[in-house]
Design a protein around this ligand. Sequence first.
Ligand code: ZN
Ligand code: ZN
Length: 184
Amino acid sequence: MERLTINVAGLLQEASGTARRLEIDDFYPHWDEILLVTPISGNLELYRAGKGIVVRSNLSTSIELACCRCLEPYDQRIQVDFDEMYFPVVDLATGSALRLEYDDIEPEFLIENVDRLDLTEAVRQHIEISQPLTPRCQPECLGICSECGADRNSLLCNCEEQAVDIRMAPIQEMLQQLGQNTSA
Ligand SMILES: [Zn+2]
Ligand SMILES: [Zn+2]
């Protein structure tokens, strides 16, 4: 499914404290800016609380990122854990409008349609903020050689050794001269 929607009509009519758990295994949205390599899966816990519903997300997925050191694409595991509270705009028992009571609540946390509490955007935002600032294909990624451009994870070039040799050359020469002087 491309959207993560939940029917909360039943839960909204339950007493505060009522919990419900849902397994999610085939949420596979298509987003331009996030490339999912596996469906988003895990579980959602919903709690009836006060006038609304608390949604606890325990979801995870893998997205494709480019390593900041070697620039190669790799699969990054992302944990989508959050707690958010959602409020219905209509009291299901009386049918009266509740919207005015929630003047200070962001529209995305209002339940406009009890058949379709849509968590797609909430999940997208949490994946976005959960991305590492410096993505790495592996913790010890060796990156790209600044001399020859080789990916040093797969090809160990000799540039670094040669660079060390060049830097050491004058010192070695000096040491040689010192050796000659003292032996003379
Ligand atoms: Zn890398
Ligand atoms: Zn190199």
